[in-house]
Ligand binder design. Structure first.
Ligand code: SF4
Length: 367
């Protein structure tokens, strides 16, 4: 994986005191720092020129030394249900996706943490070509702000799910500073309790999160009730195993006191049978957890199909009869390829090859 990053001084990069130092070097008053941050996060400035209570000379100096945005929106799609999806082109030409979901009063965003993904979920578009690179913290923050600026003036983002392209815990060094900006009272001011990190299950990183910052909700994607099937569906599992993943999830639960969520994509005929549900129940072993079932949405080019309604109902019944807390995840934005990786892949394919588009199925519905 390449670690080369765009050679720009990104104002949204939460590197600590870059902007503060810059202001000090120019003997500018400290309150300018708070003013600039206010414009970035609460004021929704789209350019330095929008920061109208800064002297023009300061705005020009900032524009000369910093870039507020390093990305460009390559595509913006709207769905009838209020979902909006952005295909975002990074400074190095790579593309990622992020989504805004509207659900009642909730304004949830789903953000990406890597270009591509190395986890190898066979049904997912994001990982089909492996991982290209980690996103910078600034690029993660930038997605939040691009989506925030889609809202009208009287609405604010309420929830974040880190479920977009990439494995968040494979880029935890950049993710945590970005989420610090999301939770900061002078940033987006979103409660950590309203932020969910979704992982395929990387035990060392889950343990690190439990030690360093367990304020966030953790969602672990299982997709199979045993290692034999999970090794086929989530290839990284071969080197980890469900037992160790569940033990690390338990440690996170102990540290955080936050109820765990387990994600399970239902693939027609593959992992959606009554026997799978029984074995999943046994695997969870009475844990206090929520199971999110996500019926697969098939896409040309991949050999997986939607489970029947009857199969979904039977699966739910088995889990509920065993006392497992279950919800079926409503898919939002299907018409705009809201499942992660789909839009980017369709775009790549239309410019590069003849294969059909694929899909990442963990499209959030506002956890
Ligand atoms: S489903 Fe998530 S973890 Fe799996 S390959 Fe896709 S982006 Fe990576």
């Amino acid at each position: 994986m390449s670690e080369s990053l765009p050679a720009v001084r990104h104002l949204l990069e939460p590197t600590g005191d870059d902007l503060r130092r810059w202001l000090l070097e120019r003997s500018l008053p400290g309150f300018r720092y708070a003013q600039i941050r206010h414009w970035i996060f609460a004021g929704r400035a789209k350019s330095f020129d929008d920061m109208t209570d800064l002297p023009k000379s300061l705005r020009e100096a900032l524009a000369a030394d910093f870039r507020l945005w390093t990305t460009r929106v390559a595509e913006h799609k709207h769905s009838d249900d209020g979902t909006e999806k952005l295909l975002v082109e990074l400074a190095d030409g790579q593309q990622i996706e992020c989504v805004l979901l509207r659900d009642g009063a909730r304004r949830t965003i789903c953000i990406s943490t890597q270009v591509g993904c190395a986890m190898g979920c066979v049904f997912c578009a994001s990982g089909l070509n492996g991982v290209e690179r980690n996103l910078t913290a600034g690029e993660i923050v930038e997605q939040m702000l691009l989506l925030d600026r889609l809202l009208p003036a009287d609405e604010r983002l309420s929830h974040i799910v880190v479920m977009g392209m990439g494995e968040p815990l494979a880029n935890v060094d950049r993710l945590l500073p970005a989420l610090a900006e999301a939770t900061s009272p002078t940033g987006l001011g979103i409660s950590a309790r309203r932020i969910t990190i979704s992982t395929v299950g990387l035990p060392p990183a889950i343990d690190r999160l439990a030690r360093e910052n367990c304020r966030f909700n953790l969602a672990v994607s299982l997709h199979a009730p045993d290692d034999a099937l999970r090794n086929e569906l989530v290839r990284v599992n071969k080197s980890i195993g469900l037992g160790e993943i569940l033990r690390s999830a338990d440690r996170y639960f102990e540290a955080s006191g936050r109820r765990l969520t387990f994600e399970y994509v239902l693939l027609g005929g593959l992992n959606d049978q009554v026997d799978h549900a029984r074995r999943l129940t046994a695997l969870l072993g009475g844990r206090s957890a929520l199971v999110n079932l996500i019926p697969y949405n098939p896409v040309a080019g991949l050999p997986y199909r939607t489970p029947s309604a009857a199969a979904v109902n039977r699966f739910v019944e088995v889990l509920r009869a065993a006392g497992v807390n279950v919800q079926i995840r409503e898919r939002k934005g299907d018409k705009i390829d809201a499942a992660c990786g789909q839009l980017r892949r369709a775009n790549l394919l239309s410019s590069n090859s003849t294969a059909g588009p694929a899909v990442h199925q963990v499209a959030p519905s506002g956890l």
